[in-house]
Design a protein around this ligand. Structure first.
Ligand SMILES: Nc1ncnc2c1ncn2[C@@H]1O[C@H](COP(=O)(O)OP(=O)(O)O)[C@@H](O)[C@H]1O
Ligand SMILES: [Mg+2]
Length: 219
């Protein structure tokens, strides 16, 4: 079954949206819209599809995440009070406990959509690279096993053409959406689907905008 991305115009480019039981990556430099994408995926899932969502934030406070999307009219706090959505701050150095914690919360809430924004923070704790990668792989496998839909973000450094800071997460996920920002171009923001394990997808560059309704693909 496909699960809508929540981004108007994007599902069509991805053969109907994200596949159930997969983990999907949104990558891009800072300010490209990764966190808004995550909030939109979670909020839209609750509002339009009655699918509960968990939003793990490792870089920003939960309050910042909620405040940012108030401008779009998305009231995450009310959804939290009703038990439909949960924004949880997670300390990156705790990565070894992430899988168990996440499994507990998924079960408790019966959440369908699981966001981790971002995984770059885990990899910044480079004291034991191997352990961190193992933990990341474990959490991704758990989301797949539980037949949920995962959305993770990764930061791309300013002067880099790669898909993530450490060049690892892109090999673990089932699909990759790359967000780009070109300040001087006619269309300032664009998006590209760089990988999709399940089925057909667009290979073009698609301009998008962030307006008062959030992210949408421009035609
Ligand atoms: N209400 C809004 N209207 C238009 N653009 C916005 C709005 N809110 C945020 N943005 C844009 O989104 C960017 C931040 O997006 P965000 O998802 O936080 O980026 P990332 O997580 O990739 O660093 C801001 O730099 C700004 O350009
Ligand atoms: Mg962000």
């Amino acid at each position: 079954m496909r699960v809508s991305t929540g981004i108007p115009g994007l599902d069509r480019l991805m053969g109907g949206g994200f596949e159930e039981g997969t983990v999907n990556l949104v990558s891009g430099k800072t300010g490209t819209g990764k966190s808004i994408f995550c909030s939109q995926f979670a909020y839209d899932g609750v509002m339009k599809h009655k699918q509960k969502a968990i939003y793990i934030t490792t870089e920003e406070t939960a309050n910042n995440i909620k405040r940012q999307v108030k401008n779009f009219g998305w009231d995450i706090e009310t959804l939290e009070k009703k038990g439909w959505l949960s924004v949880i701050e997670f300390e990156p150095f705790d990565v070894s406990t992430l899988t168990t914690k996440l499994q507990e919360i998924i079960d408790k809430m019966d959440a369908k959509r699981v966001v981790i924004d971002s995984v770059s923070m885990f990899e910044l704790y480079l004291t034991n690279v191997f352990e961190i990668r193992k933990a990341l792989f474990k959490v991704i496998q758990k989301i797949r096993e539980m037949n949920r839909v995962g959305l993770v973000t990764a930061e791309v450094l300013e002067d880099s053409n790669s898909l993530s800071r450490f060049g690892v997460i892109e090999f673990m996920v089932d699909s990759i959406v790359l967000l780009q920002y070109l300040g001087l171009a006619k269309y300032k923001r664009s998006l590209m689907i760089r990988k999709m394990r399940m089925g057909d997808h667009s290979t073009n560059i698609h301009p998008f905008e962030i307006s008062k309704k959030g992210i949408s693909i421009l035609k």
